[in-house]
Design a binder for this molecule. Structure first.
Ligand code: NDP
Length: 500
């Protein structure tokens, strides 16, 4: 498969279009290597991941060059991806042993106090990580790292549009001489489906449509999955917001990576009292964004969209909005060069328009005037998606109150995308935006494990040969056992002793 640069269409590489039939063999290879990997102590796996981190730091500029070749991202966006993977390695390296250690919860009832309880964590043998094109190194990296540290082997299937960056992870893993428990398999959708058919856990990031197909396939095989899907994230600008910060934050939140971000701000609700001033400030900032093909100079803010199909979606959402009465205040069209689309602000939009109802995944910010906070919340929740949201207010308590009313997996107050860099909290979507989450402290690594519960007597005392509820049943034994259960749970003395 040829890989193209989206700014000028030139071919920047070619990778195998792996036949689905070859996926099974690759997964079988990983499956045979995995037990030895899982048998290492967490500290030994941590050491391999830290060596990968060293390799990433040493090669970050070259990785960014390659990523720019296949995405034409601005330099900052390209350089941040290897740094982010390194950050994720650092976080889980520091915490993996603790997160994976056996837990000993207290028995839930006095009746069980004689037992010592344990919960132990055991990796799924092979985890399949399937990723889209918008963050071609970060997404496979941040999912592969905790899965590897959990003791699983990992197969990554990157997007056919941007496979080169993910392949760098496999190159790094091989160059540090790590055990062969990480493979990248390139190919199209059918190759991804074959991965789903072969692995033991699927970590999928992509569109809601494909995510549903993946979920169905996982249910058919009775294997677990985690789905990070699309979004249509709202921003709520309240009357007491710092309008300068809100405008800058929303411009960044909506335009980062040319809006090709699951957590992009794609709907902006501004209360009437500050509407005009906010729009004026936002437009001034968006109009100054620099769009172009960056090199290593950090000169541009916005790059092109990934392909012409994506340009077509953004164009359709903009044109349909205008046809239905919206106004373009800045931008509004494809430049005609490569896959560039101008950073765009739309006003006079409403929920009947595709720009507010469907995921756009492009550099557009449709703005809606609302009467007050209540209307902002109602409209923000009027979406099939529920990935994340932002609230802009000068009153922290008010921001937290509004957050508690939003149907979203994350709410950033007076900030955008910042939750992504907070690995102790889960990043997961409500409604059509996903199932499960990535990150989230211990959850982020334990999700790649099956649990085993073990019960054993707390004291090594000689046991009676039988238990109260073992055979043979009798009225006396049943009376004792049932009476004890009633006495421990019923409300009120009379109920406890069986008098009603
Ligand atoms: P797609 O759903 O089209 O593709 C995602 C991945 O799935 C690609 O690797 C694709 O391969 C593969 N794939 C396609 N068909 C199948 C199948 N039947 N079984 C298994 N795998 C398959 O998404 P896009 O690449 O278009 O990415 C954009 C989407 O990703 C947006 O909706 C965005 O919101 C979402 N996203 C969500 C994030 C989150 O964390 N919630 C983060 C980033 C993006 P191929 O490309 O070769 O067809």
């Amino acid at each position: 498969m040829e890989v193209h640069n989206p700014a000028d269409g030139r071919i920047v590489g070619a990778v195998a279009d792996t036949d689905p039939s070859q996926v099974e063999a690759a997964v079988a290879r990983l499956r045979s290597e995995q037990p030895a990997w899982a048998a290492l102590a967490p500290a030994e796996r941590v050491e391999w991941l830290l060596r990968l981190q060293d390799w990433i730091f040493a090669n970050s500029a070259d990785i960014a060059d390659l990523m720019q070749a296949e995405t034409a991202k601005p330099r900052v966006d390209a350089e941040i991806e290897p740094m982010f993977v390194a950050e994720v390695i650092g976080y889980y390296a520091e915490n993996a042993a603790r997160f994976l250690a056996a837990e000993h919860p207290r028995p839930h009832s006095p009746a069980n106090m004689s037992k010592k309880l344990a919960v132990t964590y055991h990796p799924y043998p092979v985890v399949g990580v399937i990723t889209p094109w918008n963050y071609p190194l970060a997404l496979p990296g941040i999912d592969a790292v905790p899965a590897l540290l959990a003791g699983a082997a990992v197969v990554i299937k990157p997007s056919e549009a941007t496979p080169l960056s993910a392949m760098e992870l496999a190159r790094g893993w091989a160059e540090i001489g790590a055990p062969p428990v990480l493979e990248v398999i390139t190919g199209r959708g059918a190759t991804g489906a074959a991965v789903v058919d072969a692995v033991d856990f699927v970590q999928f990031t992509g569109s809601t449509r494909t995510g549903k197909a993946v979920g169905h396939a996982c249910v058919d095989r009775m294997i677990p999955y985690s789905l990070e899907l699309g979004g249509k994230d709202p921003a709520l600008v309240l009357a007491d917001a710092d309008l300068d910060r809100a405008a800058r934050g929303i411009a960044f939140g909506g335009m980062l990576n040319a809006g090709q971000m699951c957590t992009s701000i794609e709907r902006v609700y501004v209360v009437d009292a500050v509407y005009d001033e906010f729009v004026q400030r936002l437009v001034a900032i968006v109009a100054e964004l620099r769009m172009g093909v960056d090199d290593r100079e950090f000169r541009y803010d916005i790059g092109p969209l990934v392909d012409s199909a994506q340009v077509e979606i953004v164009r359709r959402h903009t044109d349909e909005a205008v046809a239905a009465g919206a106004r373009v205040v800045v931008g509004g069209a494809a430049t005609g060069q490569g896959n560039f689309f101008e950073p765009t602000v739309l006003v006079d939009t409403d929920h009947s328009m595709s720009c507010l109802a469907e995921e756009t995944f492009g550099p557009t910010l449709p703005i809606v005037r609302v009467a007050d906070e209540d209307e902002a919340v109602r409209l923000a929740n009027d979406s099939a998606y529920g990935l994340s949201a932002t609230v802009w207010t000068g009153d922290r308590a008010r921001g937290e109150r509004v957050a508690s009313r939003l149907e979203a997996g994350t709410v950033n107050i007076n900030d955008a995308h910042v939750n992504l860099f907070n690995l102790a909290v889960p990043m997961g979507g409500w409604k059509q935006s996903g199932v499960g989450a990535r990150f989230g402290g211990a959850y982020g690594i334990r999700k790649y494990c099956r649990t085993r519960a073990v019960t054993v007597d707390r004291l090594p005392v000689a046991k009676s040969p039988s238990e109260l509820l073992w055979f043979p049943y009798s009225r006396r034994k049943a009376g004792l056992a049932l009476g004890m259960m009633r006495a421990l749970r019923a409300r009120g003395l009379r109920a406890r002793i069986g008098r009603h």
